[in-house]
Design a protein around this ligand. Structure first.
Ligand SMILES: CC(=O)SCCNC(=O)CCNC(=O)[C@H](O)C(C)(C)COP(=O)(O)OP(=O)(O)OC[C@H]1O[C@@H](n2cnc3c(N)ncnc32)[C@H](O)[C@@H]1OP(=O)(O)O
Length: 395
């Protein structure tokens, strides 16, 4: 038995979406819901896996991009809606989908693929690694300390106001690890507005104009006096805008707790509040899983800090063109015939690429083959970044 994978025609996409929803134990969309969703597929980028003429699995991609250390922005396929029929699991449908999809991403000249994983055990085998992480936080009775630098004003905008679409592109992309949000990604907002979900958005205006926004769903916890604000989206151009939005959230009436599930791991909210115990870090979790699809292009595009050059061998049996040795130094990276000081697979390369993990830590964990014991520390000097990489866009 072989599974065949091909791009789906527009008329086949609804069946694929129903299959994907079933893989998450959800029922099909109503016609009304589908109306608001149908154009969230990029033509030619939804793949189907077939057993004969029966659709057994699906995966899609959107055209996005990724900011890398040094500031370059490189094309990235945002992969999502991956699912296989319950009665066809563990028969190679996902493997076939991943193979065809990654080849398609490479053919399109996209340097990366990126996804959010439902389970952490799935995607490493296909060369995806945890490139950015985020912290999940809850605040109860929190107040910012006097002296936390922020200002400006916050306004609540009407449901359906698309001001945040352009605002994200204008102010949300400064950090390493941030990605473009193609129109299809905003469909979740449009769908929530269309079916009148209680999704509230507030925008911060700083000295230079609008520079951040936060979106939340209020959930009643114990009576109307005690709501939990579940923050879904939190975008800020800088720390001043972020603290102004935190201050606004903390100040709202009839709120028992504010929960935010994705903030940068190096945001020091506990140090910015009067009582650090009013803010709980509930977990540090994988954010974006990245697959480096074009290793020479990716290595050449990011910036490196001063230090001695190091030769790294990349082992990538799935995308064999990436395999080989690269000399990496302050001036850039290129292929070399010289002997390698370390060797890594595609998953580990993705983990260190944006600076979210150090080479020394991954070497200590047995994830880097070390041939020269000085090499991991030398690579840490080259790959160092100022801020922890953070994506903060869930899709
Ligand atoms: C980006 C996103 O959309 S994330 C959402 C992913 N989808 C889901 O979680 C929905 C529920 N799950 C499913 O639909 C399926 O079980 C999938 C997509 C996770 C896997 O599909 P399958 O067709 O069963 O995978 P396939 O048979 O190709 O397995 C390939 C390999 O992955 C492994 N694998 C598959 N699923 C899992 C899992 N959940 N955890 C760990 N390993 C897994 C298999 O054991 C196999 O390993 P091997 O290469 O060492 O033999």
């Amino acid at each position: 038995m072989t599974v065949e994978v091909r791009p789906l025609a527009d008329g086949e996409v609804r069946a694929a979406h129903t299959l994907f929803r079933a893989s998450l134990h959800r029922g099909p969309m109503s016609d009304e819901q589908w109306e608001t969703f149908v154009d969230s597929f990029e033509p030619g980028r939804t793949h189907g896996a077939f057993d004969g003429d029966r659709l057994v699995g699906t995966a899609l991609a959107w055209s996005s991009d990724l900011r890398v250390p040094g500031g370059a922005v490189l094309p990235m396929a945002a992969v999502t809606r991956v699912g296989v029929r319950a009665d066809f699991r563990r028969r190679g449908a996902l493997r076939a989908l991943m193979g065809v999809q990654l080849a398609d991403v490479a053919r399109r000249g996209e340097v990366f693929a990126g996804l959010h994983a439902s389970e952490a055990g799935i995607y490493g085998r296909f060369g995806y690694g945890v490139a950015t992480r985020s912290q999940r936080m809850a605040a109860k009775g929190a107040r910012l300390r006097p002296g936390v630098p922020f200002g400006g004003s916050v306004r609540v905008v009407d449901a359906g106001d698309k001001v945040i679409f352009d605002l994200y592109a204008a102010v949300g992309r400064a950090g390493v690890g941030t990605i473009a949000r193609p129109a299809a990604m905003w469909k979740n907002y449009e769908r929530a507005w269309a079916i009148k979900e209680n999704l509230v958005t507030a925008v911060h205006t700083g000295p230079g104009g609008d520079d951040g926004f936060v979106t939340w769903r209020p959930v009643e916890s114990e009576g109307f006096e005690q709501h939990v604000l579940q923050v879904e989206d939190f975008v800020a151009a800088d720390a001043g805008a972020a603290y102004a939005l935190w201050d606004f959230l903390f100040s709202l009436d009839l709120v028992e707790r504010v929960r935010v599930w994705q903030r940068p791991v190096d945001e020091a909210l506990q140090a910015a509040v009067v009582d650090p115990r009013t803010v709980t870090v509930e977990g540090v979790e994988d954010d974006l899983w990245v697959r480096v699809v074009d290793v020479p292009a990716a290595l050449a595009a990011r910036a490196y800090r001063p230090g001695d050059p190091v030769v790294v061998e990349v082992l990538d049996p799935l995308l064999e063109a990436n395999s080989g040795r690269y000399v990496i130094g302050p001036g850039g990276a290129e292929r070399t015939g010289a002997e390698a000081a370390v060797a890594v697979d595609a998953e580990v390369l993705a983990m260190v690429y944006l600076g979210g993990w150090t080479w020394t830590a991954l070497a200590a964990a047995g994830r880097v083959q070390v041939r020269d014991p000085d090499a991991p520390a030398a690579l840490d000097r080259l790959f160092a970044v100022d801020r922890a990489p953070f994506t903060g866009t869930y899709y």
